[in-house]
Design a protein around this ligand. Structure first.
Ligand SMILES: Cc1cc2nc3c(=O)[nH]c(=O)nc-3n(C[C@H](O)[C@H](O)[C@H](O)COP(=O)(O)O)c2cc1C
Length: 141
């Protein structure tokens, strides 16, 4: 049984909805899933996880959220080498640049980022919701 930690920041709930959908997918095969807002996350939640998922919407100008998620990501850079890491988040008017940069950054820390991350325009509905469940299902598969 894999231990999965989902650590996210969400201002208006869209990325939180994605976290819930990804969690549902990851639980399907019996994985033990903890879903934690980044403000309550601890380094052990990263160290103990077989699979780590990090979520942030695109904020600022195509960056991850700067007051909580950015310092948290910086603080775990020595703890993700060879770890399977999923990245997800919601965006609005951009083209996903924040996610491309985040994938590159986590790979530069030695993480094994799963695919290109999972991004959704605003709230996950219909096929976009299914895409999130599927990302959670496949990352633990
Ligand atoms: C301060 C601020 C900056 C944002 N910057 C971007 C951006 O650079 N690119 C983009 O595509 N969306 C941007 N957005 C839109 C959010 O990514 C979008 O509303 C997202 O759904 C919010 O997710 P949440 O509900 O999890 O907070 C920004 C939103 C806010 C409030």
């Amino acid at each position: 049984m894999k231990k999965v930690s989902i650590i996210y920041w969400s201002g208006t709930g869209n990325t939180e909805e994605m976290a819930n959908l990804i969690s549902n997918g990851a639980k399907e095969n019996g994985s033990e899933v903890k879903s934690i807002p980044v403000g309550s996350a601890k380094i052990e939640d990263v160290v103990d996880a077989d699979v780590l998922l990090l979520g942030s919407p695109s904020m600022g100008s195509e960056v991850i959220e700067e007051s909580e998620m950015e310092p948290f990501v910086e603080s775990i850079k020595d703890n993700v080498k060879d770890k399977v890491v999923g990245l997800f988040g919601s965006y609005d008017w951009g083209d996903g640049e924040w996610m491309r940069n985040w994938v590159e950054r986590m790979n530069s820390y030695g993480a094994k980022v799963f695919e290109e991350g999972c991004i959704v325009n605003l709230s996950p509905e219909g096929e976009e919701a299914d895409k999130c469940v599927d990302y959670g299902r496949r990352i633990v598969g």
